[in-house]
Design a protein around this ligand. Structure first.
Ligand code: NAD
Length: 292
């Protein structure tokens, strides 16, 4: 008889819609099994109309916690008892920890991004970053990079509904961290080239390059890249975006979004279990190569 799930097993959820495509359940359950931790991680299809009841269920079922993804990341905070400093600054939550009925919200996307850079020997501290994006993932990366000590940040976005959010993030960074942030319209390609030319690292923090925007690149062509520039994607499906293909052709060191995915999960794992995720084991099992 299988003893993997017992009467003592603690439940962790993932609450988002759509969510059936997610690799988080496989990743977290593999890590629990590898360390012999009696937790199980399950995905629940929960949309914005159900998230309040789902948080009540975390309390009622005495779950250990949950991950939260779109569309609930910016909505769930108001149902929790406490928010981490990064959650307050970004206005988003991707991890909930239940300590005997006291629910705390954290955002681990930015920590995951910075840890993945470190694991790949990329060190942007004290240097300049140019980043495209004003949505949930990019905002978390921008705030964490500024909190960690990136010296200067140029943020670009297209003029869509996220545009004001990018302006707001630059304002918060300037007010609340030592990083100097400036926000630009991505349509200003002359400025984009100038800012990329003076940066140590360039980040695509948008959905461009990921399904259904596989044919979209936030950088118009490969003349924008120089071999010394480090080029990082937040999206990871398909693994290599059109933008990173161009950067590779120029000879840039590049990194896909899998590292961020692994390390945001690892930070959440540690919040629930108090133990570090076995990273090298996970990289092998998940077949993670940063440059793919
Ligand atoms: P979001 O909906 O909050 O933000 C979308 C962003 O994409 C905005 O900045 C928007 O302006 C931009 N955008 C949309 N269409 C564009 C276009 N045609 N050209 C240029 N920019 C465009 O989404 P999100 O949650 O921030 O996710 C963004 C991407 O990051 C997604 O691909 C998501 O899967 C990925 N992601 C990866 C990780 C990871 O761990 N690697 C974590 C979270 C999100």
């Amino acid at each position: 008889m299988s003893e993997r799930i017992t009467g003592h097993t603690e439940l962790i959820g993932l609450m988002a819609y759509p969510i059936r495509h997610s690799s988080s359940p496989a990743m977290q359950n593999e890590a629990f099994a590898a360390l012999g931790i009696d937790y199980a991680y399950l995905a629940f299809e929960i949309d914005e109309n159900e998230i309040e009841d789902a948080v009540k269920a975390i309390r009622t079922l005495k779950m250990r916690g949950s991950n939260v993804s779109m569309p609930n990341k910016t909505l769930v905070g108001k149902y929790l008892d406490e928010l981490s400093p990064a959650s307050k600054l970004t206005g988003s939550v991707n991890t909930i920890v239940n300590d005997n009925g006291h629910l705390t919200g954290y955002v681990t996307d930015g920590i995951g991004f910075m840890s993945a850079l470190k694991d790949n020997n990329i060190d942007p501290i004290g240097k300049k970053m140019t980043i495209v994006g004003a949505g949930g993932a990019a905002t978390a990366v921008e705030i964490q990079a500024a909190l960690d000590g990136v010296a200067e940040m140029s943020i670009f976005n297209i003029r869509d509904k996220f545009f004001p959010n990018g302006e707001e993030t630059a304002r918060k960074i300037n007010e609340q961290t030592n990083c100097k942030a400036t926000f630009y319209d991505l349509a200003d390609t002359k400025k984009l080239k100038e800012e990329m030319d003076s940066s140590y690292i360039f980040v695509n923090g948008t959905g461009a390059g990921m399904k259904p925007l596989e044919d979209v690149s936030v950088v118009p062509d490969k003349s924008y890249f120089r071999p010394e520039l480090i080029v990082v994607d937040v999206p990871y499906s398909p693994l290599c975006t059109k933008m990173r293909k161009m950067a590779k052709e120029v000879g840039c060191k590049t990194m896909n979004g899998l590292g961020m995915m692994l390390f945001q999960g690892s930070a959440a794992f540690e919040l629930w279990t108090g133990k570090p995720m076995p990273i090298e084991h996970m990289k092998k099992v998940l077949n993670i190569n940063y440059d793919d």
